[in-house]
Design a protein around this ligand. Structure first.
Ligand code: ADP
Ligand code: MG
Length: 361
């Protein structure tokens, strides 16, 4: 049995209600920031969260950080359901279990204190800055590679250095989860890279679970997995797949996978819907390697989209290639054996073809 996920979100819903006053009457509108989001994160995993502005990324992080409560669904961190915690339990959770890094360094820090004093603050609040723990702030600054700036006031530090202090603060109480909401959003590319590298180092060194929201398109290369949020739901995941290279060594490929929700529903990216003129319904067609999703043949417009016009989608060729593939050797073992069984059945009287992997008999 697989280990229980460290973070588990099931059908998470968040609705914000906005009251607007119009003269004497008040109008209330609802914003569905999360619309049934499912997510699992393993202990020690570093996950990136991407998605258009307004798709619900910050809402998700705020719920995971215990700063906001879900309207529906459930969110568990380390086996505890956040929505069921009392106010006191949530305070404890925020102080002891989770560290938060925001986009604006100013939100994390106090400008007229030095880096060292800033890092000492959360330790003081949690009563940990006793005689024995005097060294802890310096140790934290060393962890984020900023010890030589310890006595500089915040306003004397660069944006990247301020984010390092913010990370040190987030780590002060030894949380098991670090949440970062666009921590490099206001940094230049080179500095952003050093912050990502630092987070990766901390993830590995401290076995810290990290969820990081980012606009950086290269984030997939720096984390274990990237999940994309679209309209308040998890839309896809990008994982790194390691394969044997053509020459020696390994090659890394990024593979984007669509995610099914708990009811088996799938969200097809809008650009695909437009490109294939898919509207309300689709037809599923079984091929040897999987299921082809396409517009129904008899619906208006569908034939043009799927036809031999100039803009014929590339995927139909690859789907045809699946079906025309003469040999099933490239298939995963199990499906290869299934295909061989069918192949042998439709070749009566001939010597059956054996899978060399099954041995001679
Ligand atoms: P992202 O971080 O992906 O840009 P957010 O989670 O901040 O998205 O927002 C998702 C949606 O919820 C947006 O439409 C946003 O306007 C709305 N929203 C977020 N926070 C609040 C709030 N406190 N009150 C009302 N609406 C909000
Ligand atoms: Mg946001």
């Amino acid at each position: 049995m697989a280990a229980e996920p460290f973070i588990l979100c099931e059908n998470l819903v968040k609705i914000y209600r906005i009251e607007e006053a119009h003269g004497s009457s008040a109008k209330s509108t609802e914003v569905q920031a999360l619309q049934g989001l499912d997510l699992t994160v393993a202990r020690g995993e570093m996950v990136g969260v991407v998605g258009a502005s307004g798709s619900g990324k910050s809402t998700l992080l705020n719920i995971l950080g215990g700063l906001d409560r879900p309207t529906g669904g459930r969110a568990f961190v380390d086996g505890k359901e956040l929505g069921r915690m009392t106010r006191a339990e949530l305070d404890h959770y925020r102080l002891e279990k989770v560290g938060f890094v925001w986009q604006q360094a100013g939100r994390n820090l106090i400008p007229y204190l030095t880096a060292l004093e800033n890092v000492g603050l959360p330790l003081m609040i949690s009563g940990r800055l006793d005689q024995n723990a005097r060294r802890r702030p310096a140790e934290l600054l060393r962890m984020v590679e900023l010890e030589e700036r310890a006595h500089h006031r915040l306003e004397e530090l660069s944006g990247g250095e301020q984010q390092r202090v913010a990370i040190a603060i987030a780590l002060a109480n030894q949380p098991c989860l670090l949440l970062a909401d666009e921590p490099t959003g206001e940094l230049d590319t080179a500095t952003a890279q050093t912050i990502f590298d630092l987070l990766r180092k901390l993830n590995q060194m401290l076995k810290l679970t990290i969820v990081i929201v980012s606009h950086d398109t290269t984030i997939a290369n720096r984390v274990d997995r990237v999940v994309a949020v679209r309209d308040g739901k998890l839309a896809s995941e990008t994982v790194r797949k390691t394969v044997k290279g053509a020459g020696k060594g390994e090659e890394h490929h990024l593979v984007e996978l669509l995610v099914l929700d708990s009811a088996g529903r799938l969200q097809i990216p809008r650009e695909h819907l437009e490109r294939y003129k898919i509207q309300r319904r689709v037809q599923l067609e079984e091929t040897r390697r999987g299921i082809l999703i396409r517009p129904p043949e008899y619906e208006t417009g569908a034939s043009e989209a799927a036809g031999a016009g100039s803009a014929e989608p590339a995927v139909s060729e690859s789907a045809a290639a699946w079906d025309d593939a003469p040999e099933p050797w490239n298939l995963a073992d199990r499906s290869r054996q299934a295909v061989l069984r069918v192949w042998n059945r439709i070749r009566p009287g001939k010597k059956p073809v054996r899978d060399e992997k099954e041995g001679g008999a």
